[in-house]
Design a protein around this ligand. Structure first.
Ligand code: TUI
Length: 312
């Protein structure tokens, strides 16, 4: 088995079948360009950012990674989703990934514009719906991922999605080295999406406190908040995230109070490194990440290790 040429490298036009996660507030042009220049697919996260800012980010990525494929992630719960769905067409963005919802209504216009569409999905049912709607591939994202998560694990979800679909499947959730990539390929994936490992990259623009939390995290330093709101979200364990999780479970924090407390909390983590009020979204695999490196080294080391394991 090899990672060198799969339906995902063919689809994306990349050297490696590796997509960087579309992490809201985190994935901007510097990171996206670095991953694309390293041979993966860099992504800019739409999050809920203003459209003019995102247009600028798309143009900066094109300038910093000339001729390289890149993509934009559209968070479908965000108020800017409709506008961003148009912007990616205007700016001729080659690849769109979507999260936190069903992108079905945008699919015909994107396909018409020649955009490769890759929805991120947490279940087999949604994966099938996306294939029927014309998706080019799906990212099957396990609950090990950072941020907004589904219930199923990468180990269980990926092979079931692979069995249910004809289009290629990209595995996500808990992958940060070549072993994770090789395991994903064994489960039938033809590509991987990696988020958390890139938090601890030189080109990632998050606050140094955020990077240090990722590097210092042990296997157990992770917690899910928002279970009572219907939007569970995986974070690094801090006093703030522990208080949120216990408060919502005990009823001391109502769902309405929860929304108010968490509004803007990701920005406070990313830009200010604010430990008192910030949500440091992060995947479960952070315990394995010990250093900050350039994206090029991260991508090349991961893919070389995977290739070696798969050829043994
Ligand atoms: O979207 C993500 N991860 C995210 S989005 C995000 S920003 C955010 N901020 C506050 C609250 C919530 C999110 C941080 N991390 N991953 C992809 C993903 N998509 N995970 C789960 C889903 C998903 C869920 C439901 C995809 C489709 C879906 O469909 C429901 C339906 O039937 O419409």
């Amino acid at each position: 088995m090899t990672t060198k040429k799969t339906r995902v490298t063919e689809l994306l036009g990349t050297q490696y079948p590796l997509i960087q996660g579309g992490m809201a507030w985190v994935a901007e042009s510097t990171l996206a360009a670095a991953v694309s220049n390293a041979g993966g697919l860099g992504l800019i996260a739409g999050g809920s950012a203003p459209i003019d800012y995102l247009r600028d980010q798309i143009r900066k990525t094109k300038a910093a990674a000339p001729g390289k494929p890149f993509g934009v992630n559209i968070m479908l719960m965000s108020p800017n989703a409709e506008e961003l769905a148009k912007l990616v067409i205007e700016e001729q963005v080659p690849v769109v990934t979507t999260g936190a919802g069903n992108p079905g209504k945008f699919m015909p216009a994107w396909k018409e514009a020649g955009i490769k569409v890759i929805p991120v999905i947490p279940s087999v049912a949604l994966a099938k719906r996306m294939e029927r709607a014309g998706a080019d591939a799906v990212v099957a994202e396990g609950t090990e991922s950072g941020g907004h998560i589904g219930e199923n694990t990468t180990m269980c979800l990926v092979p079931q999605v692979v069995d249910a679909l004809e289009i290629p499947v990209i595995a996500a959730g808990g992958i940060a080295d070549g072993r994770g990539v090789a395991a994903s390929f064994m489960l039938g994936a033809e590509g991987v999406q990696i988020g958390t490992r890139f938090l601890a990259s030189e080109e990632c623009q998050i606050h140094s406190t955020y990077k240090q939390l990722v590097i210092d995290a042990k296997d157990t330093d992770n917690i899910v908040t928002g279970r009572t709101t219907g939007h569970p979200c995986r974070n690094i364990k801090t006093k703030f995230s522990k208080r949120l999780a216990s408060g919502e479970m005990s009823g001391d924090i109502t769902p309405e109070e929860f929304e108010n407390i968490t509004l803007g909390s990701l920005r406070k983590a990313v830009q200010d490194g604010n430990l008192e009020e910030g949500s440091f979204l992060c995947g479960l695999i952070a315990g394995m990440i010990k250093d900050v490196k350039p994206c090029k080294d991260i991508v090349e080391e991961i893919m070389a290790q995977a290739e070696k394991l798969l050829s043994e």
